[in-house]
Write a protein that binds this ligand. Structure first.
Ligand SMILES: [Zn+2]
Ligand SMILES: [Zn+2]
Length: 119
């Protein structure tokens, strides 16, 4: 069964280390997320050249908007969007609508086929 990954669920995902992220937030405070295991940073703050590896570990992706630039987006990308990964803020209105509808339809079909299997 498909699992919807939302931001509030990410703490339960695998690949999370025990140390705090060494990054700082835009407000200049220490990041209080836990590191991706072995990277020393959470997925928001992991260096760009290690990002793909860190994504493999945790199983979700970071938005690639302005990737590699100081003001790059650090939100977690939507799990149902094809590459390049993009967060809900940077998904264009058109894509947001069509992708979301396709996703919800897929969910409904999944559920429907399971119901039929059970009964
Ligand atoms: Zn962090
Ligand atoms: Zn974004």
């Amino acid at each position: 069964m498909a699992v919807v990954r939302v931001r509030s669920v990410r703490l339960m995902l695998p690949g999370r280390g025990t140390a705090l992220c060494a990054g700082t937030t835009r407000a200049g405070r220490s990041c209080c997320n836990l590191e991706v295991e072995g990277f020393g940073f959470c997925l928001h703050h992991v260096p760009d050249d290690e990002l793909a590896d860190a994504e493999q570990v945790v199983g979700f992706e970071r938005c690639r908007t302005r990737f590699g630039q100081p003001d790059a987006c650090r939100f977690i990308a939507l799990s149902y969007v094809d590459s390049p990964p993009v967060c809900k803020v940077h998904l264009s209105g058109f894509a947001r609508t069509t992708e979301a509808i396709a996703f919800i339809r897929g969910q409904a079909l999944d559920r429907f086929s399971q119901l039929r299997l059970v009964r």
